[in-house]
Design a protein around this ligand. Sequence first.
Ligand SMILES: Cc1cc2nc3c(=O)[nH]c(=O)nc-3n(C[C@H](O)[C@H](O)[C@H](O)COP(=O)(O)OP(=O)(O)OC[C@H]3O[C@@H](n4cnc5c(N)ncnc54)[C@H](O)[C@@H]3O)c2cc1C
Length: 423
Amino acid sequence: MDQAKVRMERTVPVHDQADLIVVGGGPAGCAAAISGARSGLKVILLEHSGQLGGMGTLGNVSIFMGVGNVTGIYREIIAEVLPDRLPDSHEGSIWPQYSPFVLRHYLNSKLEKEGVRVYYHASFTSAVMDGDTVTGIVANTREGLRAFLGAKVIDCTGDARVAQDAGVPIHSGREGDGLTQPMTLMFMMQNTGKPVTPYLPEDAYYYESMSELPQGRHLYWEQNQDGTLLVNMTRVRGNGAKLEDINHAEKEALRQVFSVAHYLQRNGFETYVLSHIPGQVGVRETNQIEGRYTLTEDDLTSGRRFEDVVAQTNYEIDIHSPDGAKTTDERSLSGYDIPYRCMLPTGVKGLLVAGRSISATHVAMSSMRVQATCYALGQAAGAAAACALEEGVDFPGISIPKLHRRLADQGVVFWKAESVKQV
Ligand SMILES: Cc1cc2nc3c(=O)[nH]c(=O)nc-3n(C[C@H](O)[C@H](O)[C@H](O)COP(=O)(O)OP(=O)(O)OC[C@H]3O[C@@H](n4cnc5c(N)ncnc54)[C@H](O)[C@@H]3O)c2cc1C
């Protein structure tokens, strides 16, 4: 049976215009906005929530996984927020835990200093199209629907929301069954220094042993000096871009948070209390665009290099089982390039997609999805927008050597850079 539909036609006031509209203020979006602004563009950043940093702050994913290339804006963030953790060379790998509250405040100030106009509580609703070219977006704001027009648009929503609405083909999850990685609500506990009474709500679970835990393992970090424990031990099946899945996940993940905290309070963390539960469940994987190039498992395992490299990483293949098993498929990698073409959506002009929803297979995205890589992709996307406007071409037509020059001017260093041509 066909789904019932309503037709919506509205005339919407244009609230603001810029050279570049960035949608989504996570790692990719923040870096895209900064990079665009540093290239001389007037930039607007629209963020659905009240904070920047994406999953890192909103979902309390407050640890950067190592990628083997601490460079560009990501390096700057480490230098300014976690100076003690900055490696001497770009080729270092660091795995620092950070305060999501500090990063949230830092990004507000950083974007303000860079001259980016940030609109909080502005949720992408639809793409404004001129034929097959994206010329802006309509957002649901605190004043109702408003349009924001831009010469170029970058989709950093993590879910490829802009691309999908503009008509770019999308795929999700594993080849075959389309299942995505599960969701996790990460939380914090704080050492009080004295025994506490474990608390378990009525409808929560009593976990007797490690094997009964949602991931069947312990996964937490206690790197911050103040006795903060960061816990990644809940797990809920589903695709975070689907209404029914996210509805279930928000309730189930919170139930698991109380249950895991209660387990930890009985198993080694007798002096710890729950101290922070973020406002939304963490979503690992939803939509991937169909781009000019699709990153594959073979690219990762063979350590492939590309002439149009825009980000480099050696983070492992890291797949939390999508089908309800308590396992995680982890396979180390020696390092690979992500090409610019993975951010170029097919069939639509005026739009780039940066961050975890680039064109990649389920296995490839499990590695490229981490925050440092998303910062790198965003930085390249912002610079690419400036190249396109300067050269008077659309995104696919830009000069890659000029893009690399611009990124180098912004402090980006590619290691094993034999494929990068100098201009
Ligand atoms: C549970 C979990 C654990 C993880 N562990 C780690 C880890 O240990 N280390 C690590 O480095 N990475 C980890 N990751 C991966 C990493 O956090 C994400 O893949 C990364 O943040 C993706 O960056 P992004 O910018 O593409 O998207 P996101 O971080 O998802 O940011 C997208 C932004 O767009 C906004 N947005 C969405 N829709 C709209 C809309 N319609 N309108 C306007 N704005 C919108 C969102 O509010 C958000 O701010 C983990 C992820 C999860 C979920």
